[in-house]
Design a protein around this ligand. Structure first.
Ligand code: NAP
Length: 502
């Protein structure tokens, strides 16, 4: 459905949250919020434009003075309360997420748990935010380094992790003393507003977090361009991220990028195949393959390729496709019609390239699923590493199998894509596992575990086209949202010139 087709009546109208007030967009446009499992119109978004973005940035600038002056342990207490509230509302948030973007309920609960963990973790940083001291080269002089907030931070986030990804950005940015203007994805505005309400309830002063609603070009672009925004923290596709980085660089901004992936699971000839099959099904088809860490390439030792293929072809079609709110559902819908078409287009590309379709490769329209955007788990065999289906991010329930003859070949294939988020290897040989951990060039490596399952106290992010050197989560997340300030205290009572009077 297009903006023009959005039905203005009968459903809630969603407004931006600016300085603690609900503000309608001055563009006059509405954007529909659709349940991808049923096609139901859940709400309409009043699209914010440059005027609302400017208003939000001003409110964030005003709030910055007060928020940065609040001692970090007090900021931590507010984040702690937020974590408690997210925990209390876990089920409601998970159900809303499920309805809005189609994640199956047990995964949605896991995602909310990640936000809880992240907020508790960053609340604790309020009593750390460690800097360091170091000896001065001069006598009677003290030197130390502290983290300073940067100012107003712009967040731009995707629909596929509408709670966890914003939490990875909101909580470190807030604990460090920054204020925020957040543009969530147009497909998940309701979850974002629930989050804003919850943060307000936790005690966040008005203007510290502002949410501007609308599509990327209308609402995200003015945020990137705004001179009052010092940092842009973006998660999304590599194409959009590259554009934002270019625009940000032209304006001297710091841009944190978390982008696409083409993650691989390697299965060696000594692997526990039962474990590998479970890991592959979960990593390739969970969230219908719409995870940045989804395993979309299976690099399989030639000696076990037939057995693994047989097992996967037996298991993948058994995964239960359906409404994500039904407890038994394992595979929910694709987020929208456009993305469904993209996934199916790649099936056609794979066949044209000469890959062998093993299962799936078509939409799933049984029963009520006909009203939504469902796709069958899809597997390709006889795939060459240079094929488009082995190189490009499909972002759907599609995995391709590439046969190899050695660990060295597997590692070379794994590393040879434009992306570098996560890799996994199944082997019982500790020497092979350690060599893989050393030589796989992705930001995350799993041994005997699928490509998904990051924990909030370890840094998250990728190399090559996945990122630009920053990391989210863990203490490393603070680097994106702080400036290092070096402080020299001379208590000699005389002029001491560094490098001269030594
Ligand atoms: P996307 O199309 O790039 O959108 C991401 C965000 O950017 C959305 O909020 C989008 O707004 C906004 N946007 C689009 N055009 C913009 C512009 N010109 N200026 C400013 N903002 C703009 O990505 P997506 O389809 O939502 O998300 C899927 C992608 O995210 C995949 O590539 C996935 O791998 C990646 N991802 C990466 C990670 C990671 O940590 N590496 C985590 C999750 C997802 P609208 O959608 O509202 O138009």
């Amino acid at each position: 459905m297009t903006t023009q087709q959005a039905n203005a009546q009968e459903v809630p109208l969603l407004k931006s949250y600016i300085g603690g007030q609900w503000v309608a967009g001055s563009t006059g446009e509405l954007y529909p919020d659709i349940n991808p499992a049923t096609g139901e119109l859940l709400a309409n978004t009043s699209v914010a434009g440059a005027a609302e973005v400017d208003q939000a940035v001003q409110k964030a600038q005003d709030a910055f003075r007060q928020w940065r002056a609040l001692p970090a342990p007090r900021r931590g207490e507010i984040l702690f309360r937020a974590a408690q509230l997210i925990r209390e509302r876990k089920e409601a948030l998970a159900q809303l997420m499920s309805r809005e973007m189609g994640k199956v309920l047990f995964e949605a609960r896991g995602e909310v748990q990640e936000a809880i963990d992240e907020f508790f973790y960053m609340a604790g940083e309020g009593r750390r935010l460690f800097g360091f001291t170091t000896p001065s080269e001069m006598p009677d002089k003290f030197a130390c380094c502290v983290r300073d907030p940067v100012g107003v931070v712009g967040l731009i986030t995707p629909w596929n992790f509408p709670v966890a990804v914003p939490s990875w950005k909101l909580s470190p940015a807030l604990i460090a003393g920054n204020t925020i203007v957040w543009k969530p994805a147009e497909d998940t505005p309701m979850v974002a507003l629930e989050f804003a309400r919850l943060l307000e309830e936790a005690g966040l002063p008005p203007g510290v977090v502002n949410v501007v609603l609308g599509p990327g070009p209308a609402t995200g672009a003015p945020l990137v361009e705004h001179p009052g925004v010092r940092v842009i923290a973006f998660t999304g596709s590599t194409a959009t991220g590259t554009f934002i980085a270019t625009e940000g660089a032209r304006r001297g901004k710091r841009v944190l990028l978390e982008m696409g992936g083409k993650n691989a699971i390697t299965v060696m000839d000594d692997a526990d195949l039962d474990l590998a099959v479970e890991g592959i099904l979960w990593s390739a088809f969970g969230t219908s393959g719409q995870r940045c860490t989804a395993a979309s390439r299976l690099i399989v030792h030639r000696k076990v390729v037939d057995e693994l293929t047989e097992r996967l072809v037996a298991e993948a079609p058994r995964l239960r496709i359906g409404n994500p709110l039904d407890e038994g559902t394992q595979i929910g819908p694709i987020v929208n019609q456009k993305q469904l078409e993209r996934v199916h287009r790649y099936t056609g590309i794979g066949m044209e390239e000469g890959a062998r379709l093993l299962c799936g490769g078509e939409t799933y329209t049984e029963g009520d699923c006909a009203k939504g955007f469902f796709y069958r788990p899809t597997l390709f065999a006889d795939v060459r590493p240079d094929m488009r289906i082995a190189q490009e991010e499909i972002f759907g329930p599609t995995a391709v199998m590439i046969s190899v003859d050695s660990l060295e070949e597997a590692i070379a294939v794994n590393n040879d894509t434009p992306y570098g988020l996560s890799s996994s290897i199944y082997t019982r040989d500790i020497n092979r596992a350690m060599r893989a951990a050393r030589d796989l060039t992705t930001g995350i490596v799993y041994i005997n575990h699928g490509t998904t399952g990051a924990e909030v106290h370890l840094p998250f992010g990728g190399t090559r086209g996945t990122g630009n050197g920053h990391r989210e989560a863990a203490v490393q997340a603070l680097d994106a949202f702080t400036e290092w300030k070096a402080i020299y205290v001379d208590y000699s009572g005389r002029l001491q010139r560094a490098q001269i009077d030594t």
